[in-house]
Design a protein around this ligand. Structure first.
Ligand SMILES: *[C@@H]1O[C@H](CO)[C@@H](O)[C@H](O)[C@H]1NC(C)=O
Ligand SMILES: *[C@@H]1O[C@H](CO)[C@@H](O)[C@H](O)[C@H]1NC(C)=O
Ligand SMILES: *[C@@H]1O[C@H](CO)[C@@H](O)[C@H](O)[C@H]1NC(C)=O
Ligand SMILES: *[C@@H]1O[C@H](CO)[C@@H](O)[C@H](O)[C@H]1NC(C)=O
Length: 471
């Protein structure tokens, strides 16, 4: 993918971005002073970037936060993690940046963040993108965790569609929904069952229903051939509110003594030839080089201390697929400066093009095909030990430079921290790129073709010095 890409980027830049933001500002959000002037008063940073937040009945969002525990098959209550606008409760009373974050609450978290977006407009006809504050994955819980409703899972979200067609219908119809976006806090796999599946297996049909084909949907993991969804980082537990706290953490990760070569934090891996089983066997055999953190039965999910400390002490973090190809642990590890080792391309490179530059994975991660380990006798410890120490240090530096872009800063952060693009800012940039292409195609009556490789022609990644910059 490397050689022909740059000219393509440049072409795309010219075609896609009528008013390119100057490069040096490409990764900056507009400043607070910009916010108080009127929209017509010309805020160049907001040109082409106005967002309108649809106001939806509470049954589509806040009411779902009150009923999120009520399902027989859920093993642990979910509602407590809705605290602090979806960040979850603080890990302990005096912690300032660390929360018990549950990724399933990413919908209220991003909703809250967008409410402080610098380029909001109350007028949908002036908006370049329309955000639907629909808590889509919370609304799916009954269909996933309540057996009597399994057979109705094709109905997930249809009330939203009917609402869009009946309440101020011109807002939706202006661009047939191509300018609408929302968050679906889960892997696409949970929401892509064919609407006519018989028998029903698993998941709702949100991503398989033509009613929703025109929307842009932010998910934690996308399908191998995504249509309307794009993957964004799983939220970690780290949500600083100031630049100083972010910098202090990154400095700690940078200077942390790494006494273990590699770490595997996870559960499973028992039975059969699979990559988790191979990792476990090798780890148990090489306790001098490998540490395991047992996360069986979900004991790690709301307890970051269990794995963040070990991640700070390890050079590499093994990130094999779990129930689905991607893992939250990848992002915990990035924040800890623990270099990810991937075993499948679909674990990250094919997912997070808006947040991690697809063509530079070699700079900050290691790839060991899982077949080589499970069937080819390749030892992960040998592959990793063979990487020279200077190279490891360079990779860690690259990784920590990318870390701010996968972190979800707290709402109400300081102006200094807001000047750095975090996971939400990069996601919104991606949403605008995608919507721009779709609206242009719509206006020129072309077929809308989603080509992710092109879409990830990230203008934000164009300038090398900016790429890894922590400003
Ligand atoms: C944390 O604070 C709450 C209320 O402020 C208090 O009830 C609780 O006991 C405190 N927990 C600890 C571990 O100090
Ligand atoms: C769901 O549908 C299947 C047939 O597809 C049927 O066997 C099953 O009893 C139904 N379950 C409920 C709870 O209605
Ligand atoms: C999706 O957009 C196309 C135009 O690109 C339009 O014809 C179609 O009706 C839209 N679908 C829905 C469900 O709005
Ligand atoms: C365990 O270690 C020994 C020697 O260190 C090696 O010969 C053997 O292949 C290893 N087994 C696994 C599963 O890594």
């Amino acid at each position: 993918m490397a050689p022909p890409l740059l000219p393509l980027f440049i072409m795309l830049m010219l075609v896609l971005i009528p008013n390119p933001i100057p490069q040096s500002h490409a990764r900056f959000t507009p400043k607070a002073e910009d916010l108080v002037t009127s929209q017509s008063g010309g805020r160049p940073a907001c040109d082409g970037r106005w967002i309108h937040i649809r106001s939806l009945p509470a049954s589509f969002n806040t009411e779902l936060l009150e009923t999120c525990d009520a399902f027989p098959l859920m093993d642990e209550p979910l509602c407590p993690y809705a605290a602090n606008h979806g960040l979850g409760p603080r890990t302990h009373n005096r912690s300032r940046s660390w929360y018990r974050t549950d990724p399933r609450l990413l919908e209220p978290l991003i909703h809250r963040r967008l409410m402080e977006h610098p380029c909001l407009t109350p007028d949908p006809s002036l908006a370049d993108a329309i955000f639907l504050p629909y808590y889509a994955s919370l609304d799916a819980l009954p269909f996933l965790y309540s057996p009597p409703l399994f057979n109705s899972s094709a109905l997930h979200a249809l009330p939203l569609y009917h609402h869009l067609l009946s309440d101020q219908p011109h807002v939706y119809s202006r661009r047939h929904g191509h300018d609408h976006f929302l968050v679906l806090a889960g892997p696409a796999w949970d929401f892509s069952q064919a609407p006519d599946a018989d028998p029903v297996l698993w998941g709702t049909s949100f991503l398989s229903r033509p009613e929703f084909f025109n929307l842009t949907v932010l998910t934690l993991e996308s399908r191998p051939s995504p249509w309307q969804e794009h993957a964004i980082p799983h939220p970690t537990s780290f949500h600083p509110a100031t630049l100083a706290r972010l910098a202090a953490w990154l400095a700690r990760a940078r200077r942390s003594r790494r006494t273990t070569l590699m770490l595997f934090a996870g559960g499973g891996g028992g039975g059969g030839a699979n990559i988790r089983g191979s990792i476990r066997a090798e780890c148990e055999n090489r306790t001098d080089l490998c540490q395991m953190v047992d996360c069986s039965d979900g004991v790690c999910s709301h307890d970051p201390i269990r794995f963040m400390r070990p991640m700070l002490r390890s050079s590499f973090c093994l990130q094999p697929p779990g129930d689905t190809p991607t893992r939250r642990s990848t992002f915990d590890g990035i924040l800890a400066g623990c270099i990810p080792v991937f075993f499948e391309e679909i674990s990250a490179r094919k997912q997070y093009g808006w947040h991690l530059p697809r063509d530079r994975y070699e700079d900050f991660s290691v790839y060991v095909p899982k077949e080589d380990v499970v069937y080819g006798g390749v030892r992960i410890t040998q592959v990793l030990s063979a990487i020279p120490e200077a190279e490891v240090r360079r990779m860690r530096e690259r990784l920590l430079e990318l870390a701010p872009g996968v972190m979800y800063r707290r709402h109400g952060s300081s102006a200094g921290l807001r000047a750095i693009k975090d996971a939400v800012d990069l996601a919104i940039d991606g949403v605008f790129r995608r919507i721009r292409r779709r609206v242009r195609a719509l206006e020129s009556r072309q077929l809308v073709v989603v080509d992710d490789a092109e879409e990830d022609g990230d203008d934000g990644w164009m300038d090398g010095s900016d790429l890894y910059g922590l400003r």
